[in-house]
Write a protein that binds this ligand. Structure first.
Ligand SMILES: Nc1ncnc2c1ncn2[C@@H]1O[C@H](COP(=O)(O)OP(=O)(O)OP(=O)(O)O)[C@@H](O)[C@H]1O
Ligand SMILES: [Mg+2]
Length: 433
């Protein structure tokens, strides 16, 4: 059997779970992850196929990539050659990767930190989960590879190559020490306002680039936003991403985006949507930077809409024309609040006054006026009125308000350890034990 990994004594092979909070989203349901087995340390005689570097010479993966079962079983290298962005070649033993630790446990595969023996460069190996696939190569991985091949930007994670080992296919990425979820859960991380501005601007730069390239991410959340010790932020996890038709109304699935980051139009069943779905996610992440916890934590679609309207104001036809004609309006619309004795005074106020009082009591102390305006512009209920990434970057928060953005390299590089969602979950579990 072929293979090109060596296990190190530090490696872990956990199957820690995640995403249990994502109710009603089949795309995020967890699958059991078998423990990965790697070659013993002294087995260097084997080689494997490595697909040439995607980032250097991007070429399209053919659409008919999916191998039939017979081919797949006959020769694992052939499966990779179907994937080839250039002709696959035999890897030299010096091109082995040494696995260091597991850093991610996603729906579609495990992610390992590893080191190239030839260059000593750190990489992230995302193992593509094939066990559950009856019909060949998984569509999510194929989508991710195809899209990453056309993306090249400092705020989008770089895919180096695709390779096979022991019948598994791996995506080889540049390594990022942290993700936003892990870092925001770390009690010792204290970003300054200038750092937060830098993170927000990098997030929007990355999104602006994606949308310019007509790519929708459709799964923005803290664990899909990577950070490195230089303070750079990069968007990752393109498993739900797709190309979209700009200026035209597409007809896409609404079963995308993790519940807490899902925009109201998708919660109401829209299938014609565009870049605005990602801008809502950016708004959630922007407030999460200050709040340190996800901002809208519903338990299902109905409660998600409720927590949204509690914070940003009620869903009214006046604020969002056409909302009531969305497919699931009658099913999931928030209920009118019951009037209680305590509410009697509130009843005197206009809806907008109520809204403004609720919002300000939550964020007035943490956000500057410019930051608050940006949050409101991103978290606008009506997708047609929601700000785009390019527009957001021109708002006062970035161009007029002080302080100027500053890369959070000092905070991140001085952190003890590396903090992804997985490590942060493990630390919390350990703390509770
Ligand atoms: N290039 C990388 N460098 C370091 N860590 C990474 C890298 N890519 C991914 N990770 C870590 O692995 C985790 C899972 O990766 P990713 O989100 O790509 O997989 P997934 O299976 O699609 O995840 P999910 O379905 O949970 O969103 C990320 O949240 C991140 O913590
Ligand atoms: Mg992910």
């Amino acid at each position: 059997m072929n293979g090109q990994f060596r296990d190190t004594p530090h490696s872990t092979a956990s199957s820690a779970s995640q995403q249990a909070h994502v109710a009603g989203d089949s795309s995020s349901q967890e699958k059991a992850a078998p423990t990965n087995s790697f070659l013993p340390q002294d087995d260097r005689s084997v080689t494997s196929a490595v697909v040439t570097t995607a980032a250097a010479t991007p070429q399209a993966i053919p659409d008919n990539l999916v191998p039939d079962e017979e081919e797949e079983e006959a020769d694992e290298v052939d499966a990779a050659s179907n994937l080839a962005v250039g002709p696959p070649r035999r890897a030299l033993p010096s091109e082995l990767y040494t696995r260091i630790a597991q850093v991610g446990e996603g729906t579609y595969g495990q992610v390992f930190k590893a080191k190239s023996e030839r260059t000593n460069v750190l990489v992230a190996l995302k193992k593509i989960r094939m066990e559950a696939e009856k019909d060949g190569f998984p569509i999510t991985a194929m989508r991710e590879i195809k899209l990453l091949q056309i993306l090249k930007h400092q705020n989008v994670v770089r895919l180096h190559e695709i390779m096979t080992a022991r019948g598994s296919v791996y995506m080889v990425f540049e390594y990022m020490e942290h993700d936003l979820n892990g870092v925001l859960n770390h009690p010792k991380v204290h970003f300054t306002p200038a750092h937060l501005k830098s993170l927000a601007s990098q997030l929007l730069e990355g999104l602006g680039y994606l949308h310019h390239k007509a790519v929708l991410h459709r799964d923005l959340k803290g664990s899909n936003v990577l950070l490195n010790n230089a303070g750079l932020l990069k968007l990752a996890d393109f498993g739900l991403a797709r190309l979209y038709a700009k200026g035209r109304t597409g007809d896409y699935t609404n079963r995308v985006v993790t519940l807490w980051y899902r925009p109201p139009e998708l919660l109401l069943g829209a299938t014609q949507y565009g870049a605005e779905v990602d801008m809502w996610g950016a708004g959630c992440i922007f407030l999460e930077l200050f709040n340190r916890r996800p901002i809208f934590q519903g338990t299902d679609e109905i409660s998600q809409l409720q927590v949204i309207s509690d914070l940003v104001g009620p869903l009214t036809e006046e604020r969002w024309k056409g909302m009531e004609s969305l497919p699931w309006w009658e099913l999931v619309r928030p209920h009118e609040p019951q009037e209680t004795v305590q509410d009697a005074a509130e009843a005197q106020e206009t809806q907008d006054q109520q809204h403004s009082r609720r919002r300000l009591s939550l964020f007035e102390t943490t956000l500057t006026p410019g930051a608050l305006k940006l949050a409101e512009a991103l978290l606008t209920l009506d997708p047609r009125k929601r700000v785009s990434a390019a527009e957001a970057l021109q708002m006062d928060y970035f161009v007029k308000e002080k302080p100027k953005a500053r890369l959070p390299s000092s905070v991140l590089s001085s952190l003890k350890g590396e903090w992804h969602e997985l490590e942060s979950k493990r630390a919390r579990q350990k703390g509770r034990a």
